[in-house]
Write a protein that binds this ligand. Structure first.
Ligand code: NAP
Length: 527
């Protein structure tokens, strides 16, 4: 049952005086449940409790953390249809999407459980002493990663499960040994509260310290700002807009003790249509009409920019893309504010000089639904107008016709950092256009060959991140088990007594992890 309150550790608390409701965009009406925003006192209480919990949680074994993460997965599944129906009522997204996203969330939790149960992820390395070294003896040095401390997680509106309360940021931070305080997304506060209740049950069932997880409601940006400024918070995970991510990044940098902000933000995900691919691949217009409109275009990997060199084939592609896209039935957006932002941003983009609309769904649609739009511009127009480089969050894409390959390369090189880049190529075109491919590689976190950017697989080789502003730190990924590396720091023990070392670094290697010992990867004990 929903209460509308905050979880401060295992305590339900609603002392604040700001109230709000979530919104059902399909019914175009507010949902019934009233939520109460966390007060300044409650924010402080949650953070102080998490700092207290960290003292114990940072030393909990990988096996016990794995049991905790698996229990979160079990308790989330036990929420069953209540979770699915709440998710749908707060987003307008269909049940199948809710079930799919829950599956992804469960998979992420269990993947991190497996990772920490096995244990080698701590990157242990040992350089044993050499007392005979001249001119000075060499000390014994042993290094592994250790957790940073309490992490604040901001989830995105468009993934109420997989990038929110128990999503990738929370799962990876808990796996790393960091307590988590979630700043619940106001658009899906009910979904957030249900998942938070599952996490709290898992805390209790597996004997984790109270305060290892809290969930705070907010109706605006104040709660998040207070959390980022709190001196006991040691890192931030954010998924959302560039504007929001950048604001939090700047705030964290201004603190007396600056802290890392791992913000995964918007992107326009350029797609390069190489000439021969345009000639040979007759399915391209349909493929891209589907990808642009998937989930009403509300994916951070939505293809918002299609690039080609002027040709009859490019003209034909644009015409057919327009024909295909208007045949797709428009769908509802997550919230009236997101629908409003889409209409404003799309209108602003197509109102720029020398931008032409090629396709615009013209029939009337219901409130909160989005009409898909495809526009075109010349390369030189795109190059000189930064407005055209900005994300239009929704079913919108701009096709840019470049004068020649040199202009195409210049455009790619001038793009802001992106989550993904896609190359549509015929045989041998990748080698023929290697400069284009390399220019794209320099701007993105993931490059796709003959496919679409939408769809982010959860696996160790996934990179979901990229040069700024796709993310605030291109050295890390937000998806896949390597996301855990954001929440730890390397730490060395020098000449530390064996019995006082953590198990990961003891001579006898009691948990049998892979370590680098004197430059060689091994599971062997040190004799
Ligand atoms: P958003 O408006 O940036 O909101 C995200 C969260 O940040 C919300 O909880 C919001 O709080 C908070 N926030 C925003 N501005 C803030 C500020 N100045 N100070 C403090 N807190 C602030 O984004 P959204 O609408 O939820 O999500 C859509 C965006 O996310 C799109 O741009 C999409 O591309 C991106 N996205 C990226 C990824 C990725 O992995 N890279 C994945 C999914 C989505 P309030 O709502 O309370 O204002």
């Amino acid at each position: 049952m929903l209460t509308g309150k905050n979880y401060i550790g295992n305590k339900l608390s609603g002392e604040g005086n700001i109230f709000f409701k979530t919104f059902n965009p399909l019914l175009n009406e507010e949902n019934n449940q009233v939520f109460v925003e966390a007060s300044t006192k409650e924010i402080d209480e949650a953070v102080m409790l998490s700092a207290q919990a960290f003292k114990q949680y940072r030393n909990i074994s990988g096996k016990d953390k794995a049991a905790f993460l698996n229990a979160i997965a079990d308790e989330t599944l036990a929420l069953d249809d209540k979770l699915i129906q709440t998710y749908c009522s707060e987003t307008g997204l269909p049940e199948a999407r809710a079930i799919g996203e829950r599956g992804r969330t469960i998979f992420q939790l269990r993947s991190f459980a497996d990772l920490v149960a096995e244990g080698s992820w701590v990157d242990a390395s040992i350089d044993t002493e050499n007392p005979d070294r001249l001119p000075l003896p060499k000390p014994d040095l042993r290094k592994m990663t250790i957790p940073l401390g309490p992490v604040v997680v901001f989830g995105a509106s468009n993934f109420p499960l997989a990038y929110s309360t128990a999503g990738g940021d929370t799962a990876s931070a808990l796996a790393a040994g960091c307590p988590v305080i979630v700043k619940s997304h106001p658009m899906h506060a009910g979904t957030g509260e249900l998942v938070a209740s599952a996490i709290i049950k898992a805390v209790q069932k597996t004997g984790m310290p109270n305060g290892v997880f809290s969930n705070l409601n907010s109706s605006g940006i104040d709660v998040g700002i207070q959390l980022v400024k709190h001196s006991e918070v040691k890192a931030i995970g954010f998924t959302g807009s560039i504007r929001g991510g950048r604001a939090l990044f700047d705030l964290a940098a201004q603190r007396k003790e600056p802290i890392p902000v791992f913000a995964e933000m918007g992107s326009i995900n350029p797609v390069v249509l190489l000439p021969q691919a345009l000639k040979e691949n007759k399915n391209l217009p349909k493929l891209y009409a589907d990808s642009i409109t998937l989930g009403t275009g509300q994916f951070c990997t939505n293809p918002g920019l299609l690039l080609g060199v002027k040709s009859d084939e490019l003209t034909e592609f644009v015409k057919r893309l327009g024909e295909e896209i208007v045949q797709i039935e428009p769908s509802v957006m997550l919230h009236p504010n997101i629908a409003k932002a889409y209409h404003e941003n799309e209108n602003n983009a197509v109102a720029q000089s020398d931008v032409n609309v090629v396709a615009n769904y013209t029939n009337n649609v219901k409130s909160n639904f989005a009409k898909q739009v495809v526009a075109t511009a010349l390369g030189k127009t795109f190059l000189k107008n930064p407005v055209l480089h900005q994300e239009v969050f929704g079913p919108y894409s701009l096709v840019v016709a470049c004068e020649d390959v040199e202009e195409l390369e210049a455009i790619i090189s001038n793009l802001e950092g992106q989550l993904t880049g896609t190359i549509m190529a015929a045989e041998k075109e990748v080698t023929e256009y290697i400069n284009i491919v390399e220019a794209l590689q320099n701007r993105v976190g993931r490059i796709i060959y003959n496919g679409v950017p939408t769809g982010v697989e959860v696996c160790p080789s996934m990179v979901h991140g990229g040069p700024y502003p796709a993310s605030t730190d291109s050295r890390f990924t937000a998806v896949g088990i390597n996301a855990i590396k954001r929440w730890v720091r390397p730490f060395s023990y020098q000449n530390w007594p064996n019995e006082l070392l953590p198990d990961e670094l003891k001579d006898e290697n009691p948990i049998q992890i892979i370590r680098e010992v004197n430059g060689k990867k091994t599971t062997n004990e040190i004799k």
